[in-house]
Design a protein around this ligand. Structure first.
Ligand SMILES: Nc1ncnc2c1ncn2[C@@H]1O[C@H](COP(=O)(O)OP(=O)(O)O)[C@@H](O)[C@H]1O
Ligand SMILES: [Mg+2]
Length: 251
């Protein structure tokens, strides 16, 4: 499931609540049937924060080791699991390097490694691909696909709408703390017929001319015919605009 929304709409807050790091003042948040703040929930969730920071003096392997312990993984299993997960995110060669020398992209990879080390059922990823280079992005998306195939649940926020559309079965749009839309990417991009236009299956040029004539005979004109699928990012911006919540840098 992908969480979309302008900056400040509450995505990170929602994800932190699901990760059990924030306790809601109103309502409650349950994960696999238990309170999100409970150790039982912590054991089945992995969390990648928005800008992961780790103690700079530790090596990548030590960081993952440490987080393995926090998520309740038995100490005997930790070194093996840490090694495997670091290889999976492409940090095997950098495992013994201190985090101080990691690039932003490597920090994201390390953040993903610590979230994955205990093989959680649910992964909570806050803008996982931010600051990651194109190769890193492709690697990450491949890992997400594999996790999905393996039956894991991914709950992620992102501004990369096309990637979200490709990976997510469901999308929620948040704006000012409220859910504007939930549904599949296809449902989000489904064009609605309105006064300005309508959508058809792709049509031939001959067919288009026929349509123009049909309209002309009835006092209308075909003003614009566009031959492209509605992109997810445009559909998303249209939803915000319809709700009067355009993303224009307002507080
Ligand atoms: N449900 C909420 N109740 C109260 N404050 C909230 C809520 N959701 C978000 N906020 C506040 O709004 C601000 C932005 O939220 P954040 O989750 O960081 O947004 P985003 O990750 O979408 O940019 C934060 O200061 C946060 O404390
Ligand atoms: Mg955020």
């Amino acid at each position: 499931m992908g969480l979309l929304g302008p900056n400040g709409s509450g995505k990170s807050t929602a994800l932190r609540t699901v990760a059990g790091l924030l306790v809601p003042t109103v309502g409650n948040c349950r994960v696999v049937g238990v309170e999100a703040v409970s150790p039982a929930a912590r054991a089945v969730t992995g969390y990648l924060p928005e800008s992961p920071r780790f103690p700079e003096r530790l090596t990548g392997a030590e960081v993952v080791h440490y987080y393995a312990g926090l998520s309740g993984l038995p100490a005997a299993q930790a070194p093996h699991r840490a090694g495997r997960v670091l290889a999976r995110v492409g940090l095997a060669a950098a495992a013994t390097r201190r985090v101080r020398y990691y690039t932003k992209g490597m920090m994201q990879r390390l953040g993903l490694a610590q979230a994955l080390v205990h093989d959680p059922k649910i992964l909570i990823l806050d803008e996982p691909t931010s600051g990651v280079d194109p190769q890193g992005l492709a690697d990450m998306l491949e890992i997400f696909r594999q996790l999905k195939l393996a039956g894991r649940t991914l709950l992620l926020s992102s501004h990369l709408l096309d990637q979200v559309g490709e990976i997510c079965d469901r999308i929620a749009i948040l704006a000012k703390g409220r859910v504007l839309f939930t549904g599949s990417p296809a449902e989000l991009t489904e064009r609605r017929n309105d006064r300005e236009g309508f959508t058809t299956e792709p049509m031939s040029e001959a067919c288009r001319q026929e349509l123009a004539e049909w309209l002309r005979a009835r006092g209308h004109s075909l003003q614009e015919a566009e031959d492209r699928p509605l992109r997810l990012d445009r559909a998303y911006l249209e939803r915000l605009r319809d709700a009067g919540l355009e993303e224009r840098g307002e507080p």
